[in-house]
Design a protein around this ligand. Structure first.
Ligand SMILES: Nc1ncnc2c1ncn2[C@@H]1O[C@H](COP(=O)(O)OP(=O)(O)O)[C@@H](O)[C@H]1O
Ligand SMILES: [Mg+2]
Length: 123
């Protein structure tokens, strides 16, 4: 799984614009499985990608107890933002995320990650 993170510590500079269009571009090739992780609590990409496969949440990747059912489906699968992202503050959350994130590679060819404008544990 090739992962591309869109990050810049400033708002309104086109991160979400670029991340969403990159995901659409990558998914144009038939059969490609693209994961999209919205790590911005503002959730702009989640709203922009509302017509894609939704129902998963990026906050679940920070929670080892949360059940995660992944299908190997072509197209974009959105891990959407929800208010729980604002609770991600501890180094342990980051560790839990990294462990869970590795598990995505068996199910996706690409992973695009949109981030918020802050330098914090989420980013
Ligand atoms: N390359 C671009 N061309 C035209 N409009 C753009 C471009 N990149 C961003 N925008 C617009 O600028 C605004 C801010 O972009 P956005 O992607 O939400 O920024 P960020 O995610 O960095 O906060 C949005 O209204 C978006 O549609
Ligand atoms: Mg944004």
């Amino acid at each position: 799984m090739k992962t591309i993170v869109i990050s810049l510590l400033k708002g309104g500079v086109g991160k979400t614009f670029f991340a969403t269009h990159l995901a659409w571009y990558l998914a144009e090739q038939a059969g490609r499985r693209v994961a999209f992780l919205d790590l911005d609590p503002q959730g702009s990409s989640t709203r922009r990608l509302a017509k894609e496969r939704t129902g998963l949440f990026s906050a679940d990747l920070f929670d080892p107890d949360e059940k995660l059912v992944l299908e190997d489906a072509p197209g974009i699968t959105v891990f959407g933002a929800d208010p729980r992202l604002q609770m991600v503050k501890a180094a342990q959350d980051v560790h839990d995320f990294i462990v869970r994130f590795r598990g995505l590679s068996a199910h996706f060819d690409y992973c695009v990650i949109d981030t918020g404008p802050k330098w914090d544990e989420l980013t």
